[in-house]
Unconditional design. Structure first.
Length: 490
């Protein structure tokens, strides 16, 4: 009998979930850009559903069951869910250490059991985040900092001195042992499930203790190594940062399998473009180039610390959700959720589901062109997209973002044109681009199928075009953005 089968059977006896075949676990494709589940592409399509909406009037179990059911029916396949912050009486009922640092709360673990079961049932995969910076920064730093409530604070029976003890989290032997116990608990309980896409150690860990406290890097190496060991290497491991650029020592470490960007176009930590679509794509490109590993946008939105920055909010989200894959990102940007806050929950959900319906159709078009070959098997490079002319756009991309990637020998190209004036705080894009002509320099000579894809409705039109010295094509008229798939006619 295969040892893995034995282990999984044992885990399910111990209260873990019955595993799917191990071919459902997510791995990194050979191109170091895309994910796979077994031999199939796994293109993450989803959002944060970090905790249940308190105002929804449904139980936590029903909230996730219904949301995952809707998500899956609309072509979505990923949710980022927090298992923290680990605060006494944490606002998140899924926070595992919610009374003390020694013992996982059985009720919270039971809720996580139920959402993992719902995820399995609906083929949704979970990016599970163990903790968040909130418990490890002092309340004077920001309203989101709650060191006074941390389970690690000695005032709450924790091992760390109540004054500035949060700085010692990374080195204190008792705190480290407790965090390892948390990792082991989660891995024993849910690690058998292929519904776990990946483990994330912290939400925005750099906001805990001013970015770089003593021991921070050693802690990351030690915890990721320990988690990989107890998890048997079944799941990918990542880490997230509030700083949009991430952290090159953690992101670049072999202990972490992919990078996750959080982008809120916030100016408080350096200049950031309100064109979230462009920056989501740009960071995806930079990080994949730097680290040779997949990149996701794990959270994004507009700058909620600036008045009126959320004008044009939904259009910005639409564009930020679409843009990363056209510069080598692994899937949709995973938007933040605003359940019970900025957007009405029912409306918000319907809005996201409509986005996922059209995006998953797009991924379906790409998949059909590749046949049985998963995306992760195709080496991609940047495709230079030259805008030759258009009524609404000036040459050079000032008016139009034009991104693309091309697979080896033109296997498939993914291209995106976007109104560059569509940003956080801008007016809703209404101008129509007519007759935009683009030249795709590195498309080999031959005959090509060009699919023009309406990102809002999911409708597409096809044409056949021959190329000599690059491919020149003319877009149908569009507003805000249009996606294009180019594939060889064999
Ligand atoms: C710690 O929390 C657990 C789970 O919530 C609880 O059962 C236990 O009594 C707590 N231990 C102490 C010492 O408070």
């Amino acid at each position: 009998m295969a040892p893995l089968t034995t282990v999984l059977a044992l885990l399910s006896l111990l209260g873990g979930h019955v595993a799917h075949s191990d071919s459902d676990f997510v791995t990194v494709g050979a191109n170091h850009l895309h994910f796979q589940a077994g031999d199939s592409s796994f293109v993450p399509i989803g959002l944060n559903i970090a905790w249940p909406d308190k105002h929804s009037g449904t139980s936590t179990e029903d909230y996730y069951e219904e949301y995952f059911s809707d998500l899956s029916a609309s072509g979505g396949n990923v949710a980022r869910v927090w298992l923290g912050p680990n605060l006494v009486d944490s606002f998140n009922p899924l926070a595992l250490l919610r009374h003390n640092y020694t013992t996982v709360d059985p009720a919270a673990a039971g809720l996580v059991d139920s959402l993992v079961a719902s995820a399995e049932k609906h083929s949704v995969k979970l990016l599970l985040t163990f903790d968040s910076f909130n418990g490890l920064c002092p309340s004077f730093a920001s309203g989101n900092c709650k060191w006074g409530d941390s389970v690690y604070n000695s005032a709450n029976g924790g091992p760390l001195n109540s004054q500035v003890g949060y700085l010692a989290f990374w080195t204190d032997a008792t705190a480290k042992k407790a965090f390892k116990a948390l990792l082991k608990f989660a891995s024993d309980r849910w690690g058998g499930s292929s519904a776990v896409f990946a483990w994330e150690l912290f939400n925005e860990v750099d906001l805990a203790g001013y970015d770089l406290p003593f021991g921070f890097y050693d802690w990351h190496e030690e915890m990721a190594g320990y988690l990989r060991k107890v998890d048997g290497g079944r799941h990918l491991i990542t880490e997230s940062f509030g700083l949009v650029a991430g952290n090159k020592f953690v992101d670049g470490s072999d202990s972490f399998d992919f990078t996750s960007t959080h982008n809120y176009a916030r100016t408080s930590r350096g200049p950031q473009s309100p064109n979230v679509a462009k920056s989501n794509a740009g960071w995806s490109k930079d990080k994949t180039n730097w680290y040779k590993k997949p990149s996701i946008v794990g959270e994004f939105g507009c700058d909620d610390t600036v008045p009126d920055a959320d004008a044009n909010f939904r259009h910005t989200l639409h564009a930020g959700l679409w843009s990363p894959i056209f510069r080598g990102g692994a899937g949709t940007g995973l938007s933040w959720f605003w359940a019970g806050e900025a957007m009405d929950d029912d409306f918000e959900r319907e809005w996201f589901l409509a986005e996922f319906r059209s995006y998953s159709k797009f991924v379906g078009v790409v998949g059909a062109e590749l046949g049985a070959r998963p995306l992760g098997d195709v080496p991609f490079e940047e495709l230079s997209v030259h805008v030759l002319e258009s009524s609404g756009a000036s040459e050079g991309g000032e008016e139009l973002d034009a991104f693309g990637i091309v697979g080896e020998a033109g296997a498939v190209s993914l291209i995106w044109l976007h109104d560059a004036k569509d940003t956080c705080g801008s007016d809703t894009p209404t101008r129509s681009f007519e007759g935009v002509q683009i030249w795709l320099k590195n498309i080999p000579d031959g005959d090509w199928k060009v699919t023009w894809f309406d990102t809002e409705t999911g409708a597409s039109t096809e044409e056949t075009v021959g190329s000599v010295g690059g491919l020149t094509i003319t877009a149908p008229s569009f507003v805000q953005d249009i996606a294009i798939v180019v594939s060889p006619i064999i």
